[in-house]
Design a protein around this ligand. Structure first.
Ligand code: AMP
Length: 466
């Protein structure tokens, strides 16, 4: 199986009981754009049949009034998707819709199934024909192949066969069903607007449409929303532990969201920054973040240390996919297109630069050079608001293979030398766990190689990845 199968990041949104279901789903996806920028889609139901519009591209580019009008009905689900290597495959754009013996079924999935390959093989042997190469389609076939005579039971029997992470939305002609995997790897929240129920990956989607956050969908819980209202089935699948993704707090979720039990992401990131300052003090004139990912922790660092915070790097937020690189090579062009230093602030200064993580190390190296050479800084001290990233993620965060993760084969001093920073410090594991609510419920495999969800054929799959 190809390694890129594991590399998916997504956002999901659903609504039941609203006359503007498709429009609000569009806005929900718009607010969740950071979770996936490759493709997006919305499926609505007018109670008789499902309607689907989806494409490669950003939410605001894909949908216009005309397209949203083709999505009638009071209920809808939507999906944003991002996947790396392998390129954009239009067939993998979600929601995926299929006909089965009980009617029509659409699915939107955030997460990664670790036994998708085996399931797919056995389903194909039973005669299933897959439309896509996405692991999410496995759910559809498992539901279709189940012998149970109602959809809820079919989904339960499908879930019993899958292993991995899933925050999952199903839409039929008459029902919206939301499920979160028993480990609770990815977030999924429930809210309400104008009497309609909404579900979404993050609460920032609720804010945009004026919805009120009610609660998280619990790990292992299935919510069925239909004409009878909302019915909750707890523990339809179970797991030995919870495994909330720690990287949602560090990088992935938006700072204005409340996740994993209603905790604000910005507040947690600021605590990481404060902790980093306590663990790794250094004399400096200025603290600057790598925008946007380093901003809350840089503010926390500044508050704790008393060293002034400034925006010393300016980010261009309007980079299209089609920008043209100059033929003659400009040094560090890749980072330059996104970031530019404010020389006025940096010249002659001892600068602390804060980012959330180092993955391959190439960005940090370019940023340090930029701050020193273009910005004129006297010293550059790099502070990272997470521990060294040593392990790839198999549960839905886009990380490269292990050998590409610089911290998997280099110690902090070697990484410092590579980035050319004067000093480099990471947040400690203890410091990280001290500052997250309910730390025992988290997966931190990317920092400690302790993978909470085993998978069959793990060894051979890992070989392909490392
Ligand atoms: P690198 O050059 O590979 O070390 O990239 C580090 C940068 O990538 C940091 O600024 C992070 O904020 C950012 N980053 C970390 N994880 C991800 C991810 N899953 N997707 C995109 N960017 C990321």
């Amino acid at each position: 199986m190809k390694a890129d199968k594991f590399r998916e990041e997504c956002g999901v949104f659903g609504i039941f009981g609203h006359p503007e279901a498709a429009n609000l789903t569009y806005l929900g996806l718009y607010a969740l754009q950071h979770r996936g920028q490759e493709s997006a889609g919305i499926c609505s139901s007018d109670q008789k049949q499902l309607h689907l519009e989806k494409s490669i591209g950003l939410v605001a580019d894909i949908f216009n009034e005309k397209r949203l009008k083709r999505l009638p009905g009071y209920m809808a689900i939507g999906h944003n998707r991002y996947s790396t290597a392998g390129g954009s495959n239009p067939k993998n754009v979600q929601p995926i819709v299929a006909n089965y013996s009980l009617g029509q079924l659409a699915i939107a999935h955030n997460g990664n199934l670790v036994n998708a390959f085996e399931l797919r093989k056995s389903l194909e042997e039973e005669g299933a024909i897959f439309q896509s190469t996405s692991d999410s389609e496995v759910f559809i076939h498992l539901v279709a192949h189940s012998k149970a005579d109602d959809l809820k039971e079919r989904i339960v029997s499908a879930l019993a066969r899958v292993n991995g992470s899933y925050s999952l939305l199903f839409l039929t002609e008459k029902k919206l069903i939301a499920v979160r995997d028993p480990y609770g790897v990815r977030p999924l929240s429930l809210g309400q607007v104008d009497g309609a129920y909404v579900v979404g990956s993050e609460t920032c989607a609720f804010d945009l449409i004026g919805a009120t956050y009610i609660r998280d969908i619990e790990p292992g819980e299935m919510l069925v929303i239909d004409a009878n209202g909302l019915t909750s089935y707890k523990s339809v699948v179970t797991a030995p532990r919870k495994a909330f993704c720690i990287f949602e707090y560090i990088y992935f979720a938006r700072p204005d969201s409340y996740i994993f039990g209603g905790h604000n992401v910005n507040a947690v990131r600021k605590l990481f920054g404060r902790q980093l300052a306590t663990e790794n003090p250094v004399d400096a004139d200025l603290i600057i973040p790598v925008p946007d990912s380093g901003v809350p922790s840089a503010i926390g660092y500044s508050e704790q240390s008393g060293i002034p915070f400034e925006f010393g790097l300016i980010r261009n937020h309007y980079i299209g996919r089609t920008f043209i690189e100059p033929k003659q090579s400009i040094r560090h062009f890749g980072v330059k297109i996104k970031l530019n230093p404010v020389r006025e602030l940096l010249e002659g200064k001892r600068v602390i630069v804060v980012d959330d993580s180092i993955v391959r190390g190439t960005t940090s190296k370019k940023i340090v050079k930029m701050i020193r050479e273009q910005g004129g800084a006297r010293e550059v001290h790099m502070k990272i608001s997470s521990p060294p990233t040593v392990g790839p993620c198999f549960y839905g965060i886009d990380t490269p293979t292990r050998h590409e993760l610089i911290a998997s084969s280099h110690n902090v001093e070697e990484i410092r030398r590579y980035t050319t920073a004067d000093t480099l410090a990471y947040l400690s594991m203890e410091g990280l766990f001290k500052n997250i609510p309910d730390p025992e419920n988290f997966c931190s495999a990317c920092f400690d190689n302790n993978y909470p969800i085993d998978f069959p054929g793990q060894e051979s799959q890992l070989e392909l990845l490392f």
